[in-house]
Design a protein around this ligand. Structure first.
Ligand SMILES: Cc1cc2nc3c(=O)[nH]c(=O)nc-3n(C[C@H](O)[C@H](O)[C@H](O)COP(=O)(O)OP(=O)(O)OC[C@H]3O[C@@H](n4cnc5c(N)ncnc54)[C@H](O)[C@@H]3O)c2cc1C
Length: 469
């Protein structure tokens, strides 16, 4: 058993071994809770409504080719310490490749390389910022002023970001070409809708606190393999039972506890402990209406709003770009990922548009057309390549929308029901909706169960560069 997960004393572990846990939802929140609790002697069963693990971070099988295709490229950053810990614990961290250089491209095909110098943080990225070809020297000073003011603000301040930027000397160009470029994909929300708090967190944790915070980690295998076969091997070795196609219909409550679960197939299951790890828009339907109406812990979740992500998958008959990825300035697409030759003479490119609610009215064909035209302008080899296949995936409820003050609607993992902990990227993690947030929530939910069982233990990992504010 992994040493990182085996720190309970013999007596506490043997007490815990008698306890059973039902985890509802096989996304990263549920899986990380399952891994943490199984490693501490709990008997864990994961109930997942779909026929695969990984939740939003998963793949589908392309019916034409049989290839496993990610619903959308998922990347993490060096500052995602809990996700990194989870991947290490289950032995799949080697499937992520760190990108220490980020390539920013403007429509005129000019490129800036964003990389760290061998200086201590926060100086390590100073030269990268000042080398950005898409900002004037005056813009760079404005950005620097904005960053310093942002870092001096109180961590819990959460006014509308756009108003704050305008009040801190940011102009149209710095907003569009700097703040928007970084934040829309990091927070999956537009600068005019998002709150200040998580924008500050992105810059603080990602770019200022530690030299490695900004490094982007890209999976080298499909997510379906990462959180499917690879993770499953660890789960089965540690006695975690995974039941797929096992949707939960109702959480039956005999207050102040969960009494049992009613599954969609009519069967029932009971355990000592429960972890609810479903997306925010599936929570209230699982509980008695009267409980949701009476208790804001459950009812508040209804105030979270969704934000969408669109990904455009393109397979060409030849390589169209040499870079591993590109961040696009003044473009419809935001990130382009070059997945290389995935089959003989099939080169796979994925373009991601976060906070994509405006794309909905365009329709899939038009989105694809505009994205391919954009690629042809940026990477001329696209013009002579043949597009073999394409797929546009629109995730309407990709994440919750991080509007100002959103944290007042995010519940803690400690539910008022004595044997229920709640996890999910939408719970109170101090992070935006990300894989890191999901894993943090899973660890926090496991902490709740450990504490309520009488074996309190800290599972959440420190931030890069020390503990949080
Ligand atoms: C298109 C897209 C791109 C993204 N890109 C990134 C990225 O690059 N980096 C990043 O960090 N994050 C990214 N995210 C966000 C990231 O995917 C999520 O934050 C994270 O995966 C959420 O994990 P979770 O476990 O909280 O929820 P989920 O992954 O949604 O897991 C919940 C699980 O519960 C199951 N479930 C639901 N109802 C029931 C029920 N009644 N019974 C049983 N099971 C049920 C669902 O099927 C699902 O498997 C992206 C998300 C999307 C949609």
């Amino acid at each position: 058993m992994n040493l990182e997960l085996n720190s309970l004393s013999a007596s506490s572990a043997s007490s815990a071994v008698k306890s059973s846990v039902l985890v509802i939802g096989g996304g990263l929140a549920g899986l990380s809770a399952a891994v943490a609790l199984a490693g501490r002697g709990f008997t864990v069963t994961v109930l997942e409504s779909r026929a695969r693990l990984g939740g939003r971070a998963s793949s589908f099988l392309d019916p034409t080719t049989g290839q496993m295709v990610d619903a959308c490229q998922h990347v993490s950053m060096g500052c995602c310490t809990n996700l990194a810990h989870f991947l290490r614990t289950v032995g799949i961290d080697h499937f992520l490749a760190p990108q220490r250089k980020l390539y920013f491209i403007t429509p005129d095909r000019r490129k800036s390389v964003f990389k760290a110098d061998p200086w201590p943080a926060p100086l390590h990225l100073g030269r990268a910022l000042f080398g950005a070809h898409y900002l004037t020297p005056g813009d760079k000073l404005r950005v620097l002023y904005g960053l310093v003011a942002m870092l001096w603000a109180k961590p819990d301040d959460d006014p509308p970001l756009l108003e704050w930027l305008q009040a801190h000397r940011q102009n149209r160009r710095t907003i569009d070409r700097f703040w928007r470029v970084v934040l829309t994909s990091a927070l999956n929300e537009t600068v005019d809708r998002v709150g200040f708090k998580y924008a500050r967190k992105v810059f603080r944790d990602g770019f200022v606190r530690h030299r490695d915070g900004f490094v982007v980690h890209v999976p080298t295998v499909p997510l379906g393999r990462l959180y499917g076969d690879e993770l499953r091997a660890w789960l089965s070795k540690h006695g975690v039972e995974v039941k797929e196609n096992a949707g939960v219909k109702r959480v039956e409550v005999g207050e102040p506890k969960v009494s049992h679960l009613l599954l969609r197939d009519g069967s029932t299951l009971a355990a000592d402990w429960y972890v609810l790890a479903v997306p925010f828009d599936r929570v209230t339907e699982l509980f008695p209406e009267e409980l949701v109406a009476r208790d804001p812990y459950f009812g508040n979740v209804k105030n979270l709003a969704p934000s969408s992500i669109t990904s455009v998958h393109l397979w060409f008959d030849r390589s169209v770009m040499a870079l591993p990825h590109a961040v696009l300035i003044d473009s419809l697409g935001q990130w382009v990922f070059n997945r290389g030759e995935v089959a003989p003479s099939e080169f796979y490119i994925q373009v991601v548009v976060s906070a994509a609610r405006d794309l909905k009215s365009l329709g899939r064909e038009e989105i694809q057309r505009q994205i391919v035209m954009e690629l042809a302008r940026l990477f001329p080899a696209t013009t002579s390549a043949r597009l073999l296949r394409a797929k546009v995936v629109m995730e309407h409820a990709a994440t919750f929308s991080a509007v100002p003050g959103v944290d007042r609607w995010r519940p803690s993992q400690a539910s008022p029901l004595a044997n229920l902990a709640v996890a999910g990227d939408w719970t109170a993690t101090g992070w935006p909706a990300t894989m890191e947030g999901a894993v943090r929530s899973g660890y926090l939910a496991a902490e709740v169960i450990l504490a309520r069982s009488g074996f309190p233990e800290r599972l959440v990992q420190p931030d890069l560069g020390g503990s949080s504010e």
